[in-house]
Design a protein around this ligand. Structure first.
Ligand code: ADP
Ligand code: MP5
Length: 265
């Protein structure tokens, strides 16, 4: 039976990030994909033009309507836009206690545009982070959550992941995509595991939505695998292949998307 997997996130009309990327990653990883939208984002490969946040009670209505009908086997949470939407999501998590919740703490797009109000970082850290199973911050997000400068070296990752665990995150996947050169190394930390996951750095500017894709693939795979390390390792392989396959795409003039391909093509 394919798992039913839900994305709670914002939109990307160019199909590279947000809900659109998540649904593609869910399908490519064997899950049935569903979505609750938190914000409509006028964005493309070159950046964000405007954000229209969804009313928090409408986010609640979307979630409650869905969860009253459908068994949800895993949840991926991405862009939440503001503190009121964070609170709405927290209330629903408390009420329905869905299994296997992954939080990608989306704050700023690759283009530099903010996708979370600065004053909402506290709500994300204090209210949401302790209620999820895995968080997947990139280096700037990890620094923001901890209120410290960005780390600059792979060797600093274990200590920073430990500080993130101390905030209440059960598992942390600290993503090192923003380091210069070499391999693209992430660190999975928590629950007795501390494991570096390296991959060859793919030479491409098609890196729009890499974080969305990775967290969505993890959520899709977790109900189909025995634990988080198994799901995370496989999702990282999937992402690297999707980055490689992006050379088959011609989408936009900026940071292009990764390609979610089916292996039987
Ligand atoms: N050029 C690349 N080649 C291979 N993997 C990459 C590359 N860029 C990013 N990644 C991987 O993509 C994932 C997300 O990357 P990162 O850029 O750190 O996060 P975000 O997209 O949230 O900013 C991580 O697993 C990272 O290691
Ligand atoms: C709706 C939405 N969610 C997340 C991202 C971040 O993606 P990235 O950092 O890879 O640009 C984005 N650009 N848009």
């Amino acid at each position: 039976m394919a798992p039913n997997v839900l994305s709670i996130a914002g939109t990307d009309p160019s199909g590279g990030a947000g809900i659109q990327a998540d649904l593609k990653a869910f399908s490519a990883n064997g899950a049935y994909g569903m979505s609750v939208i938190t914000a409509l984002v006028a964005q493309t490969t070159t950046g964000v033009v405007r954000v229209q946040e969804v009313a928090p009670d409408f986010v609640t209505d979307q979630l409650v309507t869905l969860l009253d009908d459908v068994r949800v086997d895993a949840v991926k949470i991405g862009m939440l836009a503001n503190a009121e939407i964070i609170r709405a999501v927290v209330e629903v998590l408390d009420r329905y206690s869905p299994r296997h919740v992954v939080l990608d703490p989306v704050m700023v797009a690759k283009s530099g545009d903010r996708l979370l109000a600065p004053e909402a970082v506290g709500a994300l850290r204090e209210q949401l982070l302790p209620r999820v199973d895995l968080i997947t911050p990139n280096l700037p997000e990890a620094a923001d959550l901890l209120g410290e400068p960005e780390i600059t070296d792979v060797e600093q990752m274990p200590a920073q992941a430990e500080r993130l665990s101390a905030l209440g995150a059960k598992q942390v996947l600290l993503k090192g995509g923003h380091f210069d050169g070499g391999d693209s190394v992430d660190l999975l930390h928590g629950d007795g595991v501390s494991e570096f996951l390296g991959s060859e750095r793919v030479e491409t500017t098609n890196d729009h939505g890499t974080g969305c894709t990775l967290s969505a693939a993890i959520a899709a795979l977790r109900p189909q695998r025995s634990g988080w390390p198994e799901a995370v390792r496989e999702a990282k392989l999937y992402l690297t292949e999707a980055l490689r396959a992006s050379e088959r795409l011609e989408v936009g003039r900026g940071h292009g998307p990764v390609h979610h391909f089916h292996t039987w093509w």
